[in-house]
Design a protein around this ligand. Structure first.
Ligand code: HEM
Length: 83
């Protein structure tokens, strides 16, 4: 079973030391990906610690979530836990 995280915990991970981003309820630890992100570190970091679904779908296709993001997935936001 996939791990679930409270919104309050996700919100704390918004720095270079620990950067988590949420897309469609999935939680991705992109700390190690910040430097490699083709769209740049700054924009990715700015969207960490929160639900970045809208920003994500503005710039990426489904393939990016299924392929690139998959290896960084650490779990899901707890249902009903408001981000
Ligand atoms: C799990 C999180 C993310 C992953 C794995 C990811 C991955 C990628 C990849 C692989 C590309 C290259 C273009 C492509 O293949 O479509 C890209 C480009 C880009 N990403 Fe992300 N990204 C993530 C989150 C974000 C977020 C939250 C933003 C915020 C707006 C963002 C903004 C961009 C931008 C602006 C580009 C450049 C688009 C272009 O040059 O046309 N990304 N990203």
């Amino acid at each position: 079973m996939s791990k679930t995280f409270e919104a309050d915990e996700v919100k704390q991970h918004k720095s270079e030391e620990s950067a988590w981003v949420v897309v469609d309820g999935g939680v991705y630890d992109v700390t190690e990906f910040l430097e490699d992100h083709p769209g740049g570190k700054k924009i990715l970091l700015k969207n960490c610690g929160k639900d970045a679904s809208e920003a994500f779908w503005t710039y990426h296709s489904e393939k990016v979530l299924q392929k690139t993001a998959a290896e960084y997935k650490i779990g899901e936001v707890k249902p009903g836990s408001k981000l």
